[in-house]
Design a binder for this molecule. Sequence first.
Ligand code: ZN
Ligand code: ZN
Length: 111
Amino acid sequence: MDEDDIDPDELSYEELIALGEMVGAESKGISEAEISKHLNPLTCQSTTNLLIDRCVICQVEYEEGEKIVTLQCDHPYHSDCITQWLQIKKICPVCGKEVSTAEMANPSNLN
Ligand SMILES: [Zn+2]
Ligand SMILES: [Zn+2]
């Protein structure tokens, strides 16, 4: 048994995230074209309708009428901010949910 080998199946999600942070930006993200498929465009009507009233990446509060995007987990971001982020790491910065291609086929998003 070689105990130096890391088996991803035996790591918890948190450990995987920590591992990803240690490894750094080494191709953990996804391409810009891929990212755009995961962003749901939204016009900010009122920040009270949002899970979070600001973009956690740049820490700027949203304004009424501002065009923003949400991820599958409904967390809102500036399009530019989250696009840059996801090119580095394909998880939601707020909840850590992975932006996975497989789940995009989910028809319950259509309402
Ligand atoms: Zn931002
Ligand atoms: Zn999220």
